[in-house]
Design a protein around this ligand. Structure first.
Ligand code: NOJ
Length: 601
């Protein structure tokens, strides 16, 4: 009975949302992840702030963004740079004040931009008052976290952790607290104790926090690290992964069958979604709920819910980040894209993520030419496009010495392994121009919190604004296509390969008059002359018009036959076409028709 009630309520809520302003604004736009520490510093302390984002809002309008996704700006001791929150309802002074946040909200509203917040429900900071009270067993906080007794004492009299679970950042996932005389669970840093969602009060706390920020003006959330939300309550040891790439104290050395992807976690996704939906109705503003989950494709799809109940609007699609690399062939690329699209539950909305604050930058993973091909795919494949700050100008990772390393994931790995794990290289300051510190900060004595990439004198936004076919210029053309073209917004997807090296996809509509899109990607190190006339969604005789691309010899608006297309090495070209009968075919038909007519006379 209860479940029927829930289904009915959900269906009614979904119907009601059709009456909201900006219905499904998140579907066809590009959402841009801002990493606030590195975006723009306005108070010369070397760390980006909210005022900096507000100052640069016109940049988002300029490049055709619909919504910002803000990495955490909540109060934090910054052990994990804001992902360790000591007060979920406060702005950290490093980033500014609540007034600054309100100004940012207003600035976004004035420009028609949405503002989405990133939040990690899995844990708080060990400096959160909940944790202090939990240590002291002060009710109702006693069971806000996962506490366990030691397994015993080792030879030197030290308490032994309850089991072999490891932290994502390396070392035991258990930390002993002398005052409470128990271990607490932390799947990330010891400074990030895991919240206990089996305690309904914790769920309620998080629900209220979501509501608080929506009241403040947030248009939704990306909920991070979701696979870690629940753990097996019998606390068994996890089996080894037998992956030789990892040392025994590294997270990858175990198979995480008791700490990630537990079936019960999805009902919490639904609980969060209900909170978001009911706030959406109350405020009359369309919200979005996105989920970050590095897991199998099958588990990722579970975040969508099922045919009766929608959970997240979408889980982030990390297929390009985790499965595509410089060795990927055209047929593998096609298979990866098809696999994701085919796995989507019916009615589910797709999305494409090519980078973020945790993974190497797209330009460094693929090289500067092919990364633009990846940007093109991210923008023109079906669904929401997600951009990580700097991708629109093709920023690269910055090499960071061990001495300059600050990311806990790098620091905990030690000098020998830090380069494999550190995320500092993808988090260095945004490169605005060629002035000192790339225009990121006016800090004099205080240097930026992470070094600026040396390449900033050539690689910066101001320079690319002056260049005709710069990554910035290409990016703008792509976001304009998302705005203007129905085929990009709602067209079907056709994928194919030509020879060993060319991957092709089309976005097309049934109507013969609509402009369709043809994207050609060359995965080879050499130029390829491709015959695209066999591409299934291209009608025979159709001509294609060059629109935008990387290193192309064609000029925008140039019409050519698909039977002979030069695709530059590691390049990607975007063409437009219609499936209406071509003018040449029409002209020949007219000619034949008039000849027949004259013969009849
Ligand atoms: C996921 C975030 O993306 C990552 O940056 C962070 O370190 C972990 N959660 C822990 O909060």
């Amino acid at each position: 009975m209860r479940i029927i009630g829930v289904i009915l309520a959900t269906l009614l809520a979904q119907q009601a949302s059709a009456q909201l302003a900006d219905v499904d604004w998140w579907k066809t736009t590009t959402i841009y992840q801002v990493y606030p520490r590195s975006f723009k510093d306005t108070n010369a302390d070397g760390i980006g702030d909210l005022k900096g984002i507000t100052l640069k809002l016109d940049h988002f309008v300029d490049i055709g963004i619909g919504g910002l996704l803000l990495s955490p700006v909540f109060k934090s001791p910054m052990k994990d740079f804001g992902y360790d929150v000591s007060d979920f309802r406060e702005i950290d002074p490093i980033f500014g004040t609540m007034v600054d946040f309100e100004e940012l909200v207003q600035g976004c509203k004035d420009r028609g931009l949405k503002l989405v917040l990133e939040l990690v429900p899995n844990h708080s900071s060990d400096e959160h008052v909940w944790f202090t009270k939990s240590i002291a067993r002060e009710d109702p906080f006693t069971d806000y976290y996962t506490w366990r007794d030691p397994k015993g004492l080792n030879a030197s009299g030290h308490p032994i952790p309850p089991n072999n679970w490891l932290s994502v950042f390396g070392g035991s996932a258990w930390e002993y607290n002398k005052e409470r005389e128990q271990f607490y669970l932390h799947q990330f840093l010891a400074g990030q104790p895991d919240l206990n969602y089996r305690n309904p009060r914790v769920t309620k706390e998080m629900d209220d926090i979501l509501g608080f920020w929506m009241d403040k003006g947030a248009d939704g959330f990306r909920l991070n690290a979701m696979p870690h939300l629940m753990e097996d309550q019998t606390f068994p040891d996890e089996p080894p992964s037998n992956d030789p790439e990892f040392t025994p104290d590294q997270w990858g050395s175990l198979s995480h069958i008791y700490t990630t992807d537990l079936p019960e976690l999805y009902s919490y996704v639904f609980i969060f979604r209900k909170v978001i939906d009911s706030k959406q109705e109350e405020l009359g503003r369309q919200m979005v709920m996105m989920v970050e989950a590095y897991t199998s494709l099958e588990n990722t799809m579970k975040y969508y819910g099922d045919e009766y109940i929608e959970y997240a609007h979408f889980p982030f699609n990390f297929e390009i980040i985790t499965n595509v690399n410089n060795k990927t062939t055209a047929s593998e690329l096609k298979a990866i894209i098809d696999r994701w699209q085919n796995a989507l539950p019916s009615g589910a909305w797709s999305n494409w993520v090519i980078g973020n604050h945790d993974r190497r930058r797209v330009a460094s993973r693929f090289g500067r030419d092919f990364s633009t091909a990846v940007v093109i795919m991210g923008q023109l494949l079906p669904g929401t496009a997600i951009t990580y700050n700097g991708e629109e100008i093709n920023m690269e990772d910055t090499w960071i010495s061990w001495a300059d390393t600050v990311d806990p994931q790098g620091c905990q790995a030690g000098p020998e392994f830090y380069e494999k794990f550190t995320r500092d290289p993808v988090r260095t300051p945004y490169q605005w121009d060629d002035s000192a510190y790339a225009g990121f900060t006016t800090a004099n004595s205080d240097k930026p919190w992470l070094p600026v990439n040396d390449n900033y004198r050539e690689l910066n936004l101001a320079a690319q604004k002056l260049e005709e076919n710069s990554p910035y210029a290409i990016y703008k053309k792509l976001t304009a296509m998302r705005k203007d073209m129905n085929a990009v917004r709602s067209g079907q997807l056709g994928t194919s390969t030509v020879g060993d090296d060319i991957f092709v996809f089309t976005r097309y509509l049934q109507s013969a008059d609509e402009k369709n899109v043809l994207v050609v990607v060359n995965l080879a190190e050499n130029e390829v002359n491709a015959d695209l006339s066999g591409v299934p969604t291209l009608k025979s005789g159709a001509m294609i018009t060059y629109h935008v691309g990387v290193n192309s010899s064609y000029t925008s608006g140039q019409e050519l036959s698909p039977s002979s297309v030069n695709v530059p090495a590691r390049g990607s070209l975007v063409f437009l076409y219609t499936n209406a009968a071509s003018t040449t075919v029409l002209a020949s038909l007219l000619l034949v028709f008039s000849v027949i007519l004259s013969l009849l006379h």
